[in-house]
Design a protein around this ligand. Sequence first.
Ligand code: ZN
Ligand code: ZN
Length: 249
Amino acid sequence: MRFLEKIFHSVSTHVLPSACIVCDKYQKASLCAGCLQSLTVESLINYECCYQCGITLEAIELRGQHCMQCNNNPPCFDATYCLDRYEGVLQNAVHQLKYQKRLAYAHGLADAWNCILSKQLSVHYADYLLPVPLSIQKLFARGFNQSWEIARRIHCSPKIRSIPFALKRHHHVFQQAGGKISTRRLAIQDMFYIDHSYIEHLQNKSVIIFDDVMTTGATLNEIARVLKDNGVSHVTNWVLLRTTKAPHV
Ligand SMILES: [Zn+2]
Ligand SMILES: [Zn+2]
């Protein structure tokens, strides 16, 4: 985080009152104690989830730690860690950040991640942390990449290097919300590429991809495919919110 921004955040956190990003109650932290407590209890880290795609497992899938879909059709990424369900209490905060462009919510969402997941993930080894990119057109329209705004505020090992622009995305008119997995996979094919100047750096490296929301996993699968086609050895997804049942399976 830039120096002046750090000072401003520190002053605003400690001096000015702030609203909880979940219940809107005014108090000091961006997430009040009550909401943090219930989020901690409800977090997906407390549930048995598929090691590879992060979806909650059915009883029959528990033994292998893999969901049926990953067993039958393994994705290109190797592991996924998710903070909470998409249907949970943080959904509105993510919408405020993305669609109302309220950047302050990125602090609160990163705080939630840091309080609940950072300690567990501090042992996770990787060389790079890359956010899921937006196309240049979308970036201009929104003014920021929400995944990067959260990712750059989360606490992780200083050995992991965060790079906002190594991954690039073509602009497609197709809107991704909804639709069958097969349709979405087709629409997302060849949408991502690696900035030429980073290809060499990523050879045989372990990479974390940060995304705000994971639904079918098609986006993250395509990113992992592109990374591995270009020599990356291991891809882990860090995801803020995960739909617990993929639509139209
Ligand atoms: Zn609250
Ligand atoms: Zn799975």
